[in-house]
Design a protein around this ligand. Sequence first.
Ligand code: AMP
Length: 217
Amino acid sequence: MNIILIGPPGAGKGTQAATLVADLDMVQLSTGDMLRAARTSGTELGQMVAGVMDRGELVTDEIVIGLIEEQLISSTSLGGFIFDGFPRTLAQADALNDLLSKVGQKLDAVIQMTVDDEALVKRITGRFTCGVCGHGYHEEFKAPIIKGKCDSCGEVGAFKKRADDNEDALKTRLMAYYKDTSPLIGYYYAKEQLQQVNGLNSIEKVGGEISKALSKI
Ligand code: AMP
């Protein structure tokens, strides 16, 4: 089963992908994570995209399609792939169809996570992760049990925020979502692959809705 999680920044795509990876043996392919890893390891690609990402703009189709192609060719997944943050443009959506057929696979469903803009600002500006294990938190909705200490790996004082999780970059990211990514909703609806879940619900409830949607495939 290969699926896309689509929704604006802060809709909860990464959180739900992590659950699907744990429960269904799926492999998460997040272009955002791949680009951040390239930046951390200081590759030429990482240096090239740093400014674009910090401003909240989209990197070129060519770059992200190349990253996904590499992963699709080199990874095996028993449960299938979860595309998280990809595709973000119609050109990327077409490329994904081609890449999947090239590796003898197909897209099974597109899950749209709906959330209103006000909730997104609150979610994004409050979120942070553990710099050691990557576990995600939120100042208001999911604070660590002991302040400053990661619930998951126990590391103390290693929390960090994404450079683009600030109000200015968020505005640009939202505009990019509405301008370039939201046309994909109509595209996948027309292909009868779109399913909607209400991303405003609790993490558990959204997870339940996604499972229900996937059980119909
Ligand atoms: P994300 O973690 O998905 O929010 O992505 C963080 C940033 O990486 C975005 O704001 C873009 O600058 C870049 N990015 C990630 N995925 C894509 C994509 N599919 N197309 C273009 N830019 C992307």
